[in-house]
Design a binder for this molecule. Structure first.
Ligand code: ADP
Ligand code: MG
Length: 254
């Protein structure tokens, strides 16, 4: 049925009478980096939230390595997974938000340890060893005991990346991971994401950082008004876009 690690097929999503996703198809192969570009309000965040079943689709489906997200097939019918199983399935997909969304009352280490222990039921001691290694990997070994408010935005976002990696997800989603950062902190976060890309982690990144897209993306997807307008390698979509809507957007952000 599927050729990609992630398959998004014919996804429609409305809020009331507003259709936000109008038939989105997307295939992400293992080890690939997909960058999603598009104007504000085009449905990028909703698409990421649908992939992680933070929002339910109205029509279409999302599958990760052949498993439907949020549903199980029973004969000819689909039934929605129970909350506990949804949480468990979600550990297969890491999510990094624009505003970090760290637990403010937990230390950096505790933030990273939380999901593997609570959603995956793994032993805390073992998870802590891995969590320290993850903090080291994002350059924050010395901040394990700091709380989010004691960290800069760039450091908080790097903790959020370590947290997203802690469940050993098969896919990582980033929703404008550097948009809330002061300009001088953008680079340290993009460097961590680039490192993941070079290690072969499968990434879907919504961003307006065109330089990053050019350098790291295997595929660039341009969305507008709830549809994928065009997609292809950066040299095509960014440097020789086929569609006027893509050109108009790039003229504004470049
Ligand atoms: P983008 O991330 O590309 O800026 P979004 O996916 O956040 O776009 O939003 C797409 C559209 O859906 C916008 O018009 C937004 O106002 C609307 N929208 C998003 N989330 C909700 C919601 N929970 N309820 C109602 N409308 C929403
Ligand atoms: Mg958004």
């Amino acid at each position: 049925m599927t050729t990609g690690l992630l398959e998004v097929h014919g996804v429609h999503k409305s809020y009331g009478t507003l259709e936000v996703l109008s038939g989105v198809d997307l295939t992400v192969k293992p080890g690939e980096v997909t960058v999603i570009l598009g104007p504000s309000g085009s449905g990028k965040s909703t698409l990421l939230r649908v992939i992680n079943h933070l929002e339910k689709v109205d029509r279409g489906f999302v599958a990760l390595d052949g498993d439907l997200i949020g549903y199980a097939r029973k004969g000819d019918t689909l039934r929605e997974l129970k909350e506990k199983d949804i949480l468990k399935q979600r550990t297969q997909i890491g999510f990094v938000f624009q505003n970090f969304n760290l637990f403010p009352h937990l230390t950096a280490l505790e933030n990273v340890v939380e999901a593997p222990v609570s959603a995956q039921g793994r032993p805390r001691a073992e998870v802590e060893v891995e969590a320290r290694a993850l903090l080291e990997r994002v350059g924050l070994a010395d901040k394990a005991d700091a709380r989010p408010r004691q960290l800069s935005g760039g450091q908080q976002q790097r903790v959020a990346i370590a947290r997203a990696l802690a469940t050993k997800p098969r896919l990582l989603l980033f929703d404008e991971p550097t948009s809330a950062l002061d300009p001088e902190l953008v680079g340290e976060v993009l460097d961590v994401i680039k490192g993941l890309a070079h290690e072969g982690t499968t990434l879907v990144v919504v961003t307006h950082e065109i330089g990053f897209a050019r350098e790291v993306a295997d595929t660039v997807v341009f969305m507008d008004a709830g549809v994928v307008v065009e997609q292809g390698p950066p040299a095509q979509v960014i440097d020789a876009p086929l569609h006027e809507r893509t050109r108009a957007f790039l003229d504004k952000v470049l």
